[in-house]
Design a protein around this ligand. Structure first.
Ligand code: 6LW
Length: 506
């Protein structure tokens, strides 16, 4: 029996879409998730048992595939759908406030993927207006793109037209009709994340509604045609954590697939909030999975998401032994390889005067994947100024920085900035950034975690500051992403010799 680990993908991996591909070698599953303003964009994870997942690459690895260089925070790669047909992987997604609604293809999910074609309105004038596109085919090969009609540009910006659908010619990438309104849920806010499934000669339209926060849920309807009409299931929402005290909240934005045991599964997003009232989700929206049962009446039932974290992990990277950055490294509105290079046994970042307050910092990082987490980097600041940071966005970041004779801990929370500084007599040192449970809580933790910032200089540990972790949580930052921990340079050259990260979810 397959073990369903939850989170299935730790760290910010929201809006999951999954596809199963059967071959002579057996089944494989592929997961795609959102990346917003980060690059490379749209990670693809692969599994052969639904337990162990490997990051095999990304859809957007080249300039121009997405246009995130100038998107506002939380713009960019929103909510993919991944499908497989006749040997080709198809992925549709909206590059929000970037290129628009896009269709990518690949014969190998690890890439390379195509450059991405805009899915155009019927008159060819512009991209379809909407988010969370789904792609489905009927037996005749007609292509249906079903999406959430949230208007992100132009006069109607912010309007929500409900769930919409068009048939599309994938040769011209043009809609063949004006958008039709579809069943849009049971009245919850923000109907989105539509997915169409043909099961036992019925067409099911599954959506998310209630918004991606605590009201989130998955609802479904069915009909005899992919264009509807659809009748609402009698027991919506199929799954939601709203008004519960479950440890996994915000569950919604689901996609269905047949798992290794022949049973159906639903992958979906969720958060793991901590504090006395479970208020703060430090890591952002992660990917989870839960069983699905088809009842005798032909409706699916989806179980509540059960937390089942994996064992802790330890990642050790000595850059002298590295020939290239692995797939886990990401950067803000730029590809990591354009900001940092491996040379002389180190990862060298070339500061350009930008700081973490700027839209394109010289920063390369990795998702924080565990609620209790410790990162140490060995760094040489003899030729520059830089450090180790945990980032939500330009207005919410906490870092420990060294260079020009000063060691600084800094907390930037919206427009509030606090710094702790001590003189620095060395240019080679270790920097530490730990997320620890709050102590002395008597079972009622007063926050999600506490961020401890420090350094080890000439063998002496210096604890500089402790910052309440609530200020770097998806609720506080009103963020679609999650914590990313990385190294950065403000000025000059900063050489990072090693990276050690370990954590668990106890
Ligand atoms: C995604 C939509 C959503 O497109 O937020 O709130 C957007 N839910 O489904 C980004 O995650």
């Amino acid at each position: 029996m397959t073990t369903l680990y939850n989170p299935l993908l730790n760290g910010f991996h929201p809006d999951p879409s999954v596809v199963r591909v059967d071959s002579a070698d057996g089944p494989e599953w592929f997961l795609a998730t959102s990346t917003f303003e980060y690059l490379p964009g749209i990670p693809i994870h692969r599994s052969r048992d639904f337990e162990n997942w490997e990051l095999i690459g990304h859809v957007a690895t080249r300039p121009g595939q997405l246009a995130v260089e100038d998107v506002p925070t939380a713009g960019g790669a929103w909510a993919p759908t991944i499908r497989h047909r006749d040997g080709v992987f198809h992925l549709v997604i909206t590059d929000a406030m970037g290129r628009g609604m896009l269709h990518f293809t690949a014969t190998d999910a690890a890439g390379p993927w195509s450059d991405g074609d805009l899915i155009l309105k019927q008159d060819g004038s512009a991209s379809l207006d909407g988010i969370d596109p789904d792609i489905a085919w009927d037996a005749d090969g007609t292509v249906y793109v079903t999406y959430s009609g949230l208007i992100l540009s132009g006069d109607g910006i912010g309007q929500h037209l409900g769930i919409q659908q068009v048939t599309v010619d994938l040769e011209s990438h043009r809609a063949l009709e004006e958008p039709r309104s579809m069943w849009s849920g049971t009245g919850g806010g923000f109907p989105e994340a539509p997915h169409l499934y043909e099961v036992d000669d019925r067409w099911y339209l599954m959506i998310a509604e209630g918004g991606t926060e605590r009201g989130h849920g998955v609802s479904i309807a069915r009909g005899t045609s992919p264009v509807g009409p659809f009748e609402t299931a009698p027991h919506n929402p199929l799954v939601s954590a709203r008004s519960t005290t479950r440890p996994v909240q915000n569950t919604g934005h689901g996609d269905l697939v047949i798992g290794p045991d022949g049973d159906w599964l639903c992958v979906l997003l969720g958060v793991r909030p901590r504090s006395m009232t479970r208020a703060f989700s430090a890591l952002g929206r992660e990917t989870f999975v839960t069983p699905v049962r088809w009842e005798d009446d032909g409706w699916p039932a989806i179980d509540p998401v059960l937390l089942n974290p994996r064992a802790g992990t330890r990642v050790e990277i000595a850059f002298a032994d590295s020939h290239e950055l692995d797939h886990e490294w990401i950067a803000v509105r730029a590809l990591p390889g354009s900001l940092a290079e491996l040379c002389d046994g180190a990862l060298v970042l070339h500061g350009d005067g930008c700081t973490l307050d700027d839209p394109r910092p010289i920063f390369v990082g990795r998702r924080q994947e565990h609620l209790t987490n410790a990162v140490t980097v060995s760094i040489d600041v003899g030729a520059g100024v830089g450090g180790l940071a945990v980032r939500y966005d330009e207005r919410f970041h906490v870092e420990v920085e060294a260079g020009e004779g000063v060691l600084t801990a800094r907390a930037v929370v919206a427009d509030l900035v606090q710094e702790w500084t001590v003189p620095l007599t060395s240019t080679t040192l270790d920097l530490h950034l730990d997320s620890r449970r709050p102590d002395g809580d008597g079972g009622f933790p007063r926050t999600s975690d506490v961020l401890h910032l420090g350094a080890t200089v000439d063998g002496e540990r210096i604890d500089l500051a402790a910052v309440d972790g609530r200020f770097l949580a998806s609720e506080t930052c009103e963020s679609f992403t999650g914590r990313v921990i990385g190294v950065y340079a403000r000025s000059g050259d900063v050489a990072v010799r090693s990276w050690v990260a370990e954590g668990d979810d106890e």
